[in-house]
Design a protein around this ligand. Structure first.
Ligand code: PAF
Length: 327
């Protein structure tokens, strides 16, 4: 009898311990790129910080490579639908959720990373990020995807004439598409998960992305030419589903905010290093790299400013503010 009582006590202690150790929340974090990409390093940092600060009570499971959707738009929609909790990725599709995000999609807007972060970490970045709250999404931090460059399988690109007639995959972003259209390119928006196969099968000639994406997604296997066009800077963000964020206690919200800032800084540093290091890796992998004079590309893409300024309403003045900053 004594033995049975002891056994019951032991069992209840074990159950209590197990209950305490089990996380009360398991969250899904999704991104669209392979584990070698900087987003993944950022995501792992965020996971580590949140899990250790909550002593394991919140667990974050990281799903790379479009496991939670066909591409970034799909994953962001998941935040609104409640099927995804946290997103690490570019702002490419964000203009479709909140028009003011188009502000960052204008060609040749940012000169360098110093310029980028003066804007994103400043008032403009805070303002644009804050607009997401009314869309059921909460922005936690700005990260980077990098300056986008053109790759294609047909020819070296040294001038705007060389891009004429190419069929190029773009993100689902109307400002980006317009930029390529004025250059005589046939822009073809497509979810990221479909791009490698489309390049391999030749249904498109090229695509455009930052160097870290081109290398970690092994595009050198299906693309011969890389032109360092740096035609648009691609910001990235850490986003969380707003109902989830609102359900956290103020202390836990702080943990999320602090972890996101730290993870974003980590991601930025990793991405920046990759942007430099992977140029050589791409050469070694057989890509031919050109550095075109960007002035004629810039000149041609001015038309895009006239075409889309109106979409920003009163905030079109922010374009001039951005262009004038970071000097
Ligand atoms: O081209 C895209 O869709 C994005 O740049 C990518 C590769 C998903 C990274 O954010």
């Amino acid at each position: 009898m004594k033995f049975r009582k002891g056994f019951v006590v032991l069992l209840s202690v074990l159950f209590a311990f197990a209950a305490e150790a089990a996380p009360s929340r398991v969250l899904k974090l999704g991104h669209a790129v392979p584990e070698e990409n900087a987003y993944h390093y950022g995501a792992l940092k965020f996971k580590e910080l949140v899990e250790s600060e909550t002593k394991g009570d919140i667990q974050i499971d990281v799903f790379p490579n479009n496991q939670l959707g066909t591409g970034e738009r799909d994953i962001i929609e998941g935040l609104q639908l409640g099927t995804v909790d946290i997103y690490f990725g570019s702002t490419g599709p964000m203009g479709g959720f909140e028009k003011k995000f188009l502000l960052f999609d204008f060609p040749f807007l940012f000169r360098d990373k110093k310029h980028v972060y003066e804007v994103l970490d400043g008032e403009i970045g805070k303002y644009v990020m804050g607009l997401l709250d009314s869309k059921g999404i909460h922005g936690l931090a700005w990260m980077e995807n990098g300056f986008r460059n053109l790759t294609n399988a047909k020819r070296a690109v040294n001038s705007p004439d060389d891009v004429k007639g190419l069929k190029v995959r773009t993100m689902e972003n109307k400002v980006h598409m317009a930029m390529w259209r004025v250059l005589g390119v046939d822009p073809t928006p497509m979810a990221w998960s479909e791009v490698f196969t489309a390049l391999q099968q030749g249904t498109i000639d090229g695509q455009e992305n930052p160097v870290p994406v081109i290398y970690t997604s092994k595009l050198y296997e299906v693309q011969k030419h890389l032109a360092l066009t740096r035609h648009v800077f691609s910001p990235a963000m850490i986003l969380v589903a707003k109902p989830l964020f609102d359900s956290l206690s103020p202390e836990r919200q702080k943990i999320f905010e602090k972890a996101a800032l730290e993870a974003a800084l980590h991601e930025r540093a990793v991405c920046d290093k990759m942007e430099n290091d992977f140029i050589d890796s791409l050469k070694k992998s057989g890509m031919e790299i050109s550095t075109p004079n960007l002035a004629p590309f810039q000149e041609a893409s001015r038309k895009v400013y006239d075409e889309f300024r109106g979409e920003l309403g009163d905030d079109a003045k922010l374009l001039e503010q951005i262009l004038a900053s970071g000097k």
